[in-house]
Design a protein around this ligand. Structure first.
Ligand SMILES: Cc1cc2nc3c(=O)[nH]c(=O)nc-3n(C[C@H](O)[C@H](O)[C@H](O)COP(=O)(O)OP(=O)(O)OC[C@H]3O[C@@H](n4cnc5c(N)ncnc54)[C@H](O)[C@@H]3O)c2cc1C
Length: 407
C-alpha cells in the first residue's frame, strides 16, 4: 500500500497543498492541531498571483464568486489626510496581470479549500492532531503526534505556520523574530464605517510609526480594519482582546479623519508581528516546509497566504513531475520557491520602513516618489510578483500552466 503524504497543519497552505496533490492523484492526510478547522474572522488581500494559484488548484471559480473586487489601492498620508497615490485595479490592470486584485474574508477563503478537500476522496482530514516531531528511515517518514500516536507517510509537509514544530526539528532556528510592531484587527458593519470613507478600495493611511488599513468584505456587509503601530512589544501574541484606549494610543498623532476609523472599531484584538530571515534549506530527507513554516513574513506586502498557495502549486507540480523520486521533487520545489519567497519576506520589512511608517523628510520623499509613478511604473514594479506563477522556466509550460493563464 502507498502511504499518503502527511501534511501537518490545516491552514490555507496545508489545505491548498492537499487539494493540489489530490488533483494530481496523490493521497494526503492533513493533521490539524486545533479541534476544528477554520480561520479567524478577518480579511485578506489577494494579488493576481493568488488567482493564478486558485486556477491551478481548481478553485478559481469558487474564489471569484465570493471575492470583493476593489477599484484601487489607495495610499493616504495619515498626517495631512491627503491622498498620496491611487493604483487603479481596472480592466487595464487585469489585462496586464491576467487576473484581478481582490479582497476576501479569511473564513470564506479557508472554506473554499476545506470544501474542495472534504469533497475529494484522496484527502483525509484529522483535527486535534498536533505533530510534535518526525522520524524517518529513507523509505517512509513517521509523524509523531502529541498523543504519542505515530503515523506513516511517504512524505511529511510542515505547513504548521509561524510556530512550526517541523521547522524547529528541521531548521532549529529558535523562536521567530519579534518585530516590535503590533497589529490590531476589527471587523465592523458597513453602516458603522464613516460614510465619507466607504471606499471601494484597499486603503492604507501611512503615518509615522503607524498605519491604518481598511477595505470592504463579504459583499460590502462589513469593513475590515487592520491598524498597526510600533510599540516595541517584547513578546509574540496572537488574537488577544484589548481595550479601545490601547489601540487609540498609537494614533493620537494622526489626522482626525484617519483617527475616526479607530473610534469606529469594536472588539479589537492584538497581534504582535513576527517574521524570520530567509533560510537556505527547507528539506530534510522526506520532510519539507511550506507557507509560514518555511518563510514567515510581515503582512506589509499582503502576500503570506498568496505565497503559501503558490508553494502548494509548486509542490504539487514537482511531485507530479518527479513522483518516483521524492528527493528530486522536493529539491525542485525548493529551487522554485526559495528566492521568490525570500524576496517577499525581505521586501515586506522594507515596505514597512520606507513606505508605511516613515516621518519627516523621509515621508515627504515617499510622497514625492509615489506621486511620480504612473500605472505603467506600478505594473513594472510589481510585475515579478503579480505577473508570475513562480513556475516559469522550471518545467514545460504545458505541464504547469494554470488554467486561467494564456500562453
Ligand atoms: C495582520 C495580518 C494580515 C495579513 N494579511 C495578509 C494578506 O492580506 N494577504 C496575504 O496573502 N497574507 C496575509 N497575511 C499572512 C497570512 O495570514 C499567512 O501567511 C498565512 O495564513 C499562512 O498560512 P499557513 O497555512 O502557512 O499557516 P497558518 O495560517 O498559520 O496555518 C497553520 C495551521 O497549522 C496548525 N498547526 C500549527 N502547528 C501545528 C502542528 N504542530 N501540528 C498540526 N497542526 C498545526 C495551526 O493551527 C493552523 O491551522 C496576514 C497576516 C497577518 C498577521
Amino acid at each position: 500500500m502507498t502511504h499518503p503524504v502527511i501534511i501537518a497543519g490545516g491552514g490555507i497552505g496545508g489545505l491548498a497543498t492537499a487539494i493540489g496533490l489530490a488533483n494530481k492523484g496523490i493521497a494526503s492526510l492533513v493533521l490539524e492541531k486545533a479541534p476544528q478547522l477554520g480561520e479567524i474572522g478577518a480579511g485578506i488581500q489577494l494579488g493576481p498571483n493568488a488567482f493564478h494559484a486558485f486556477d491551478y488548484l481548481g478553485v478559481g471559480e469558487a474564489a471569484r464568486s465570493i471575492a470583493v473586487y476593489i477599484d484601487s489601492l489607495r495610499l493616504m498620508d495619515a498626517l495631512s489626510g491627503d491622498e498620496i497615490t491611487r493604483i487603479p485595479l481596472d480592466d487595464a490592470f487585469r489585462a496586464h496581470f491576467r487576473n484581478p486584485y481582490a479582497v476576501i474574508h479569511r473564513g470564506d477563503l479557508h472554506g473554499i479549500f476545506l470544501k474542495a478537500c472534504a469533497d475529494h476522496p484522496l484527502v483525509s482530514l484529522r483535527t486535534s492532531s498536533e505533530v510534535v516531531a518526525y522520524d524517518q528511515d529513507g523509505e517512509t517518514v513517521t509523524a509523531i503526534l502529541k498523543s504519542g500516536e505515530r503515523l506513516t507517510g511517504r512524505l511529511l509537509v510542515g505547513a504548521d505556520g509561524l510556530w512550526s514544530n517541523i521547522r524547529q526539528q528541521l531548521v532549529g532556528d529558535g523562536a521567530p523574530r519579534v518585530s516590535g510592531h503590533t497589529t490590531y484587527r476589527s471587523v465592523i458593519p458597513t453602516e458603522d464605517m464613516p460614510e465619507d470613507l466607504r471606499w471601494n478600495a484597499a486603503t492604507l493611511w501611512a503615518g509615522p510609526k503607524c498605519h491604518i488599513v481598511h477595505y470592504p468584505l463579504k459583499g460590502w456587509k462589513v469593513f475590515n480594519l487592520v491598524v498597526t503601530y510600533h510599540n516595541d512589544a517584547p513578546s509574540p501574541e496572537a488574537g488577544v482582546p484589548v481595550s479601545h484606549d490601547e489601540v487609540r494610543k498609537g494614533f493620537e498623532h494622526v489626522n482626525p479623519v484617519a483617527r475616526q476609523i479607530i473610534d469606529r472599531g469594536r472588539d479589537w484584538k492584538r497581534w504582535v508581528l513576527c517574521d524570520r530571515d530567509p533560510v537556505q534549506n527547507w528539506i530534510d530527507g522526506r520532510v519539507v516546509l511550506l507557507g509560514d513554516a518555511a518563510h514567515p513574513m510581515m503582512q506589509y506586502f499582503a502576500q503570506g497566504a498568496c505565497m503559501a498557495m503558490e508553494d502548494a502549486v509548486a509542490l504539487s507540480a514537482m511531485l507530479e513531475r518527479h513522483g518516483e523520486d521524492p528527493g528530486t521533487a522536493l529539491g525542485a520545489y525548493q529551487d522554485l520557491r526559495r528566492l521568490r519567497t525570500a524576496r517577499v519576506q525581505l521586501q515586506s520589512r522594507e515596505i514597512g520602513q520606507h513606505v508605511y511608517h516613515p516621518a519627516g523628510a523621509h515621508a515627504d520623499l515617499r510622497n514625492a516618489v509615489m506621486r511620480a509613478k504612473s500605472p505603467a511604473d506600478w505594473y513594472q514594479a510589481v510585475g515579478w510578483l503579480y505577473g508570475s506563477t513562480g513556475l516559469e522556466g522550471a518545467v514545460s509550460p504545458e505541464t504547469v500552466r494554470p488554467r486561467g493563464l494564456a500562453a
